[in-house]
Design a protein around this ligand. Sequence first.
Ligand code: NDP
Length: 251
Amino acid sequence: MYYQPQTNLLQNRIILVTGASDGIGREAALTYARYGAQVLLLGRSEEKLRQVANDITRLGAIPASLFLLDYASATVEDCQRVAREIAAQVPRLDGLLHNAGVLGEIAPMMEQTPECWREVMQVNVNTTFFLTQALLPLLLKAEAGSLVFTTSSVGRQGRAQWGAYAVSKFATEGMMQVLADEYKSLRVNCINPGGTRTKMRASAFPTEDADKLKTPADLMPLYLWLMGDDSGRKTGMSFDAQPGRKPGIAE
Ligand code: NDP
């Protein structure tokens, strides 16, 4: 997408990014900070989040705060605790990018192990939902909050071998649609990054030439547009960060 945002697009915005320690989430956190937002970083690795926070400080942007949550073991109470910690630091959330996710096993449905199935559902669906529920009061305090989920092409059209991951992304699309229909003052949308050069992608396609893939930085125009005012009243939609890209391996 071609989009030239104003340099102060996200000034006075408070944005929480989950899975901010690596890959697309790390890049989104840095990008939102660069465009003026106060960014809150959420993830499971304090060390990695601290590095991102240091990078944000080096940009000369508003210093970021860290919040720790391991989605794989998180309970509903843990999600509520994190939401309370966030509410103690900020008066509202103008944006929430749900980006944290796991891939699970690339294997036929017959071979999906119960442990892996449960972990993918726990991380990609359950914790993502319970965290959303706990954070909704803060999001609803914003004048025009933007809630963004991360989907995948296999969350719109099922594909052999993509197992729990594909099913979890169908659930993500559903969560987005239900929430978008329930709240008129909050915009709720999905982004499908499309094949992107990250560690998750490398584990799904270990033999692929990663140089042929877009980098997280290449996707940021859409991530910025959906968080800022230029996307207007768009809600209940699922956007492609790489429109027209054919899903599958980069050849
Ligand atoms: P990465 O594996 O690079 O990053 C995933 C992020 O999620 C990391 O910050 C990771 O933390 C975090 N995370 C994983 N497990 C947990 C957990 N148990 N608790 C808390 N945080 C956790 O992946 P991408 O950047 O590629 O993926 C980002 C999103 O984009 C995902 O939702 C993915 O499904 C989606 N996506 C990616 C595509 C791609 O080609 N890359 C294509 C389509 C969708 P840590 O650093 O600690 O591991």
